[in-house]
Design a protein around this ligand. Sequence first.
Ligand SMILES: C[S@@+](CC[C@H](N)C(=O)[O-])C[C@H]1O[C@@H](n2cnc3c(N)ncnc32)[C@H](O)[C@@H]1O
Length: 263
Amino acid sequence: MTSWMMNVAFGLFFLLAFTGLFFFVLTRGALLMRGFSSTQNSAKSHVYPLYSEMGLIKLVDFQPIISAILLFQYHALVSKIVTGLSTSSLKNKKVLITSCAFGNVIPRVVDAAVHSGAKQVLIADIIRNELVHAKSKLGQYAGKVAYVEDNATAMTQEPGCADANVIFFLLHELPHDLKEKALQEAGRMLAPGGKLYLAEFHRPEVAVLRGLSWLYFKIFEPFGLALWDTHDPVKCLNAMGGWSCERSTYFFGNFQVVTATKQ
Ligand SMILES: C[S@@+](CC[C@H](N)C(=O)[O-])C[C@H]1O[C@@H](n2cnc3c(N)ncnc32)[C@H](O)[C@@H]1O
């Protein structure tokens, strides 16, 4: 191997190692540290610093990085939700976004909801900085969007207030008991006939991908693996009853969008 090729190989290795360490420190590493501190039992103790510090939020929220983290399936996943909203009659209805997410998912969802006639989009997140950051992307919809600090696992909004509820990659970050509570709350917030749009990881069909994905969860996101079996969202919603679920999977089954209609 020539020396320039070795330099490129070393450069790439260090870039990947640095990126991995950066994300580890701001996700799993932070949760491990919190395990030793007194803040362990607060309602926000599962939330990564990546979502609470404004400097970090702004640093990481860069569309190409966010798309790469979701193996370039981000656009397709958001499009599935947007198509669902665009083909629903939301005239004078309310749309809820339960928890913020990086990238353009929030502007795209708000745009689709407003064009389908929604009178208001309510964005709820447990972290104020996330709401402030989301607001900075939504200037043109100012009169249509409201922001509220609320907990997806114990919502304080009026039951049945929304006709659509979007939850984008929240479940895999919640401890298992809270995953179930978040799904129950998502249902409690919906009016009968309302739809829950849930994007999440899914158990890959291909063994190599399953192995790599398993490793990713073990290192970075310890609460995510349960989505493959014990806390498969469709299984949980069916066990709760009162839902009719459809699931679309993406990238060899690595991701899913569940559209669940409240009966
Ligand atoms: C939904 S996940 C999105 C993760 C994904 N990697 C992304 O950004 O595309 C992160 C968001 O969920 C919020 N969050 C975490 N736990 C929450 C809870 N119990 N209630 C409401 N929001 C919560 C965090 O504050 C953060 O804004």
